[in-house]
Design a protein around this ligand. Structure first.
Ligand SMILES: NC(=O)c1ccc[n+]([C@@H]2O[C@H](COP(=O)([O-])OP(=O)(O)OC[C@H]3O[C@@H](n4cnc5c(N)ncnc54)[C@H](OP(=O)(O)O)[C@@H]3O)[C@@H](O)[C@H]2O)c1
Length: 178
């Protein structure tokens, strides 16, 4: 079985990006001396599953920096060719989350980092997210792309840990209650 894991930053009012996808409010908090636990988080992940929105934004931010294979979920890109520079690093799939996770499990992928607001919401709805690390940035954006969305039932979490950084970012880790 493959499990899905979330590591994401949100504004105080629950947005992961502005309406146009802008994340400058987040990037300006980048600190060369503080990775906010990302290295520890990614260390035991085998693969990253990313929504098309996140993939397209990452393409605009300069060289590809991911050191894990990336599977981009997208109906639009499913049959497209992967750009030459990303061949061997990125694949496209038009499959649904549960089918993706089953396929990955058959390929011996065990721990998957899921990234992108709509994609995380979709994995949550399907009950596929084992744990989440949510970093809250002390800014109100007023509008934007939501981290969380509508659900047909409550999903309960156990708080594993919570910490704050001198910058004011607050990070909490949660595991889904089975
Ligand atoms: N704050 C943070 O930490 C953080 C983290 C990640 C991303 N971001 C930002 O958030 C923005 C992207 O997030 P987003 O929520 O707009 O998009 P997203 O979740 O990255 O991508 C959504 C797209 O993925 C495709 N998709 C495939 N399977 C899906 C499924 N099961 N459920 C939902 N979508 C599926 C759809 O494209 P098709 O129509 O092609 O199928 C959909 O339009 C970017 O600006 C990115 O920079 C911020």
């Amino acid at each position: 079985m493959a499990t899905a894991h979330v590591f994401i930053a949100t504004s105080l009012d629950g947005f992961i990006a502005r309406p146009d996808g802008d994340i400058d409010w987040l990037l300006q908090r980048d600190d060369a001396n503080e990775d906010h636990g990302y290295a520890d988080f990614i260390a035991d992940k085998d693969l990253i599953v990313m929504g098309r929105g996140t993939y397209e934004k990452m393409l605009t931010l300069g060289p590809w920096t991911y050191d894990r294979p990336v599977l981009v979920l997208s109906k639009q890109l499913a049959d497209a060719a992967v750009p030459e520079a990303l061949q061997g690093k990125v694949r496209f799939s038009g499959s649904a989350p549960r089918e993706v996770m089953d396929t990955l499990a058959r390929q011996n992928v065990r721990r998957v980092y899921v990234d992108g607001g709509q994609l995380v919401q979709s994995f949550l709805r399907d009950g596929l997210v084992a744990d989440m690390v949510i970093t809250t940035v002390p800014v109100l954006l007023g509008s934007g792309r939501r981290l969380f969305g509508a659900l047909s039932r409550d999903i309960d979490w156990t708080l594993l840990s919570s910490r704050s950084f001198p910058s004011g970012l607050v990070q909490s880790s949660y595991r889904q209650v089975p």
